[in-house]
Design a protein around this ligand. Structure first.
Ligand code: PLP
Length: 412
């Protein structure tokens, strides 16, 4: 069964050359999409086309290649911005979500956070949305506080309201958990944070690739995401920020391109977003990300989301029949992104992932860069199956058979 109602998975699979390969003599069943997604031929072609036809530095040269490369890079910025409902001038292209939160930590945090301030994040965050705030809080003598979770893996909104009474300087929250799959009501969270006077950061690493996102209607100050999780290349991502805020901030990195004028004793800064794009930027991969956005837009993000809701629903139902299967996070597929983290009785996730690999199945095992959440779940590690447009019910069936095989080996 390949066709989930909204997507023709057979046709989509043909666009991804890597899905033609075998692993240990078996069809590759790639279920590690929350870590990184595979790339369609159009993205690979965009990279090859740039390097073989118009490779050049941008914003500097007046020759034809330079102008073509500049136009393609800026066109990619425009596509990525439109994809998330942000103005192109408010979209910084950088390495990804982690670089984006670190940019905020330095370029916003150094000026705006003082001793005694409170910063708020949550227990379900990826380390990328914890460690930069920890570094900032420790340096400034501020307190970093965490919104806890309800039993079902949703945020404890009552506790959030309590923390807002401390008038935090910053609220940093994920749109979708990379472990639990919980989709947070970030529009509501940001509205409440704004009323309390906080600057808001939303981690969109697991949402932009999987569902329609509009940063304007979310109303956050900053929204960060990574290209490699949305069918684009590695090493490229974006930070959408409120333009006035970006304009008021100090630069992150100093060097070429981010300046207007340089004197011996001081410099003046280029306009936003260039102020935050120091040095030679990742031109090829930005153009590749533009191609990924075109590909996803042609499918339609509404359809991508509907496809994943059906897959999650089918997977939760199907895998529940496997003895010892224990999933984490919300069980309503409409409240969950495209990830299912689980344990199989007390089989170690690394052992499980190794056995599944022999069946051609790629899943992630470990702490998922969310150690505070793992402690809250009271497990050292978990396995995670995560989906994208080329997965279908047959992949879930193969996973079920793999889990049953592992269960038999470990006498679950
Ligand atoms: N935030 C979440 C929720 C993630 O899942 C990830 C990656 O797994 C990141 C942040 C970090 O993304 P990157 O490594 O692309 O910077």
């Amino acid at each position: 069964m390949l066709k989930t109602e909204p997507l023709d998975v057979q046709r989509i699979r043909a666009d991804f050359p890597i899905l033609r390969r075998e692993v240990h003599g078996k069809r590759l069943v790639y279920l590690d999409n929350a870590a990184t997604t595979q790339k369609p031929q159009v993205v690979i072609d965009a990279l090859v086309d740039y390097y073989s036809r118009y490779n050049s530095n941008i914003h500097r040269s007046v020759h034809t290649l330079g102008e073509e490369a500049t136009a393609a890079y800026e066109a990619a910025r425009g596509k990525v911005a439109k994809f998330v409902g942000a103005p192109a001038k408010g979209l910084v292209l950088l390495r990804g979500t982690t670089e984006a939160t670190n940019l905020i930590r330095f370029a916003w945090g150094e000026e705006n956070v003082r001793k005694g301030d409170t910063l708020v994040t949550t227990l379900m965050e990826h380390h990328s949305n914890i460690v930069p705030w920890q570094l900032l809080a420790n340096k400034k003598g501020a307190a970093l506080k965490f919104v806890g979770l309800n039993k079902d893996g949703t945020l404890d909104m009552g506790q959030y309201e309590e923390l807002l009474k401390e008038s935090p300087k910053l609220v940093a929250v994920t749109h979708c958990s990379n472990v639990l799959g919980t989709i947070n009501d970030v529009a509501q969270i940001c509205t409440k944070a704004r009323r309390a006077g906080a600057t808001t950061v939303v981690d969109g690493a697991q949402s932009v690739p999987h569902m329609p996102v509009n940063v304007e209607s979310i109303g956050c100050d900053f929204y960060a995401f990574s290209g490699h999780k949305m069918l684009g290349p590695t090493g490229i991502g974006a930070l959408a920020g409120k333009k006035e805020l970006l304009e008021s901030m100090e630069p992150f990195h100093g060097g070429g391109e981010m300046i207007k004028e340089v004197f011996l004793d001081h410099s003046t800064w280029n306009d936003v977003p260039y102020k935050f794009e120091a040095g030679t930027v990742n031109i090829a991969d930005a153009i590749g990300l533009g191609a990924a956005v075109d590909y996803l837009s042609a499918i339609g993000m509404d359809k991508v989301r509907e496809h994943e809701v059906r897959l999650i629903e089918y997977a939760l139902e199907t895998l529940a029949k496997v003895k010892g299967f224990h999933p984490y996070g919300p069980t309503d597929p409409r409240k969950k992104g495209g990830v299912i983290s689980f344990n199989l009785a007390d089989v170690h996730p690394h052992d499980l992932a190794t056995i599944l690999d022999e069946e051609g199945i790629a899943i992630r095992s470990g702490h998922h860069c969310a150690q505070p959440l793992m402690r809250w779940l009271d497990v050292a590690a978990a396995s995670r199956a995560s989906f994208h447009v080329y997965n279908s019910y047959d992949d879930v069936d193969v996973l079920k058979a793999g889990l049953e095989k592992a269960g038999a080996i470990f006498k679950v």
